[in-house]
Structure formats: structure tokens, C-alpha cells
Design a protein around this ligand. Structure first.
Ligand code: KG4
Ligand code: ZN
Length: 342
């Protein structure tokens, strides 16, 4: 079967076409496209929800046409439409969902609502890198940071989460302190390559706490104070602070993930979401996991940040596992992962 997927929960408009065989569980992405709104939002220093909705509305029809053309398909070849139905920006979600519903009605095909974070969680499967169940998932994006015990598709137990800012938010806010553009993660990573992480003593929040929760707002504040304390925030100081914050966030994420695996007695870790694209974090994860005999699954960098391939894949996995979807659904800007069921 062919599934056309749409992702429009934040500032990327993405469309993908997945071809899968439910009887074997095998499949592949046939065509995909992403239009980033980063340049539109960068001058505001972050995503402006109303602007995001209008951009999705403007670009989505073109992207769908382009993907259908690249796939060499007609609407009659598509058996289902998958769409991110939450969590995310309400207006942005509504654009994708309304488009998907219109296609569903006109073509007489089902519309499959997908949880954005479930998309991230299953993304390694796009390249056949899904670990065996059960495994521990660290989901790190711009809006979420959580540790989840995964016992199967739709069987998710949140065992740790951030009490305030998400890891991606910490990168974005620290980048703003350093005068870098949005989104901050890739900018910090670029600067950090030449920095000395040991120069500024930045905190490792929540590591001393005997739980699996995170807190990143204090780290962002520490970056702000450190930036103010140096006489001149020159390029070297910026590089050193960038390296410091990258190391601090990564250190906390890696140690808490390992703790989660040990606590749950599960030697398999999956890391996904935008922050999982960070090269320093990926290397640290590989090194620390290997020492402890843990396996680590990571999507390719392009499938860490928002994309529609992961939404198509999650829809396909759910179809394989549950057979069909309920027709009655609404978009939800807030939607805890723990509410998902099979
Ligand atoms: O998953 P994602 O694309 O969108 C959300 O669902 O939020 O994640 C975006 C977040 C942003 O905070 C961005 O700064 C961060 O992921 N990010 C990175 C990197 N690439 C994206 N953080 C650190 N290093 C990166 N290379
Ligand atoms: Zn995301």
C-alpha cells in the first residue's frame, strides 16, 4: 500500500510517500520533500505561530504535488493519508489535518492521525535500525525531553521528563545569548567544534538527583551569567561557551539515559528528535554505551529533525500492529505520549 504523509506541527512543512506491505511489515520511502520556514522565522528569533500556519498553507499543496510527481503516482495509487495530529502549534497542525481530511474525503481513503513524538520515536525504523522491544527511548526535541520505556508499538511508559525547558530549547536559548540565529542547536554545534568546553564551569542539572527527570532552564541561565561575566564576549569566548553548553547538555542526556537502561534492566537505547542530530552527543552516546554493553539506535541526522517520512512510517507501523484507525479524532496541541495506546 502507498501512504502519503504530511507533517506541519511546527516550522517545517514536510510530505513523504511510503510504500509498504502490511503482510510482511516491509516498506520504503518512495519520495519526500521538506520546506523549512527557518529563514522566515529567524528574524523574529523563534517560531511565530500565525506566520507558521500561513506558510504551511502556502507551500503544502505544491509539496504534495511535487512528491506525487517524484513518486510517479496518481491519487488512485494512494491508499491512505497520514498526518501529524499533535502535539504542536494548533494553527499549524490544523493546516495539515484539514488538507489531509480534504484528500481523504475526495479520494475516499482513510486519514491516519499520528502523534509527532511517536513519529520521532520510530524514525530509526526508516533505515531498519529499530531495536528489539523492550527498549529505552530518549526523545529530545525543541519542545520535549523525555525517557520512555517502550514495550511495543503504542506501549509507552514515560519514566523521566524535563521539569522546565527541553534540551533543544536550552540550545536555542543559549544560542540567543551568544547572538546566534534560530534554531540554535546547529549553530551552537558549529561554534563548539573550535571551543574549549572546560573553560566555563557549567552545571549538570539533575545528575545528583536519584530520578530520571531533567531540568535545563538553570543551565541556560548559567550560560547567560557566564556570558555577562567575561569582559569581552569575543569569538573565542563564544566558541568556549558553545562547547561548554553542548557538553553539559550531552553529559546529562547520556548519563540519565544510561541510568534509565540500568534501572529498567534493558540494554537497548534509542535516541531521536532534533537534538539527536548533534554530532558531539552521538559520539558521547556511542562511547559511553559501548563501555556498558548497551546498543544505541539513532536515526540519520535528516530523520532526527522534523520530517514526514517518520510520520508515514509510524502510520505504517500502526497499521501493521492494529489493522485500522478510529475515524473520530481531533488535532491536539497538547498530547502526552503516555496517553497513546495501540
Ligand atoms: O525535532 P525537532 O526538529 O522539532 C521539534 O519537534 O521540536 O527539534 C528541533 C530542535 C531545536 O531546538 C534545534 O535547535 C535542535 O532540535 N537541534 C539541534 C541540532 N539540530 C537541531 N540541537 C543540537 N544539535 C544539533 N545539531
Ligand atoms: Zn519534532
Amino acid at each position: 500500500m502507498n501512504i502519503l504523509a504530511i507533517e506541519s506541527s511546527c516550522d517545517e512543512t514536510a510530505v513523504a510517500l511510503y510504500q509498504g506491505d502490511v503482510s510482511t511489515g516491509e516498506g520504503r520511502i518512495v519520495a519526500e520533500c521538506i520546506a523549512s520556514q527557518i529563514e522566515t522565522h529567524a528574524r523574529f528569533g523563534g517560531v511565530v505561530p500565525e506566520v507558521a500556519s500561513r506558510e504551511h498553507l502556502r507551500i503544502l499543496p505544491e509539496l504534495v504535488d511535487g512528491v506525487m510527481r517524484d513518486a510517479g503516482m496518481e491519487w488512485g495509487d494512494v491508499q491512505a493519508v497520514a498526518v501529524t495530529s499533535g502535539p504542536g502549534l494548533m494553527g499549524a497542525l490544523l493546516v495539515g489535518a484539514s488538507y489531509a481530511r480534504a484528500v481523504g474525503v475526495v479520494q475516499g481513503i482513510p486519514v491516519l492521525p499520528i502523534h509527532h513524538m511517536e513519529g520521532h520515536l520510530l524514525a530509526p525504523g526508516l533505515e531498519g535500525k529499530m531495536p528489539e522491544f523492550p527498549f529505552i527511548a530518549l526523545l529530545v526535541s525543541g519542545g520535549h525531553t523525555m525517557l520512555v520505556r517502550v514495550d511495543g508499538i503504542g506501549r509507552y511508559k514515560v519514566i523521566g521528563k524535563t521539569l522546565d525547558d527541553a534540551a533543544g530549547e536550552c540550545f536555542d536559548k543559549s544560542a540567543r545569548v551568544l547572538g546566534l540565529s534560530y534554531p540554535g542547536g546547529p549553530e551552537i554545534a558549529k561554534l563548539a567544534l573550535h571551543g574549549n568546553a572546560a573553560r566555563f564551569k557549567l552545571p549538570r542539572p539533575m545528575l545528583q538527583k536519584n530520578n530520571l527527570d531533567f531540568s535545563f532552564s538553570g543551565l541556560k541561565t548559567a550560560v547567560m551569567y557566564a556570558a555577562r561575566a567575561v569582559k569581552v564576549l569575543d569569538d573565542v569566548a563564544k566558541q568556549d561557551l558553545a562547547a561548554g553548553v553542548e557538553a553539559a547538555v550531552s553529559d546529562v542526556l547520556v548519563k540519565k539515559s544510561i541510568k534509565a537502561c540500568e534501572q529498567e534492566g534493558v540494554p537497548r537505547l534509542l535516541v531521536a528528535g532534533g537534538v539527536a542530530a548533534n554530532v558531539y552527543l552521538r559520539k558521547l552516546l556511542a562511547k559511553e554505551a559501548e563501555k556498558r554493553g548497551l546498543s544505541v539506535s539513532l536515526p540519520a541526522a535528516a530523520y532526527c529533525t522534523d520530517n514526514a517520512a517518520m510520520i508515514a512510517y509510524a502510520a505504517f507501523q500502526r497499521l501493521c500492529a492494529q489493522g485500522s484507525f478510529d475515524d473520530m479524532w481531533d488535532v491536539k496541541s497538547r498530547w502526552p505520549v503516555s496517553e497513546l495506546k495501540l
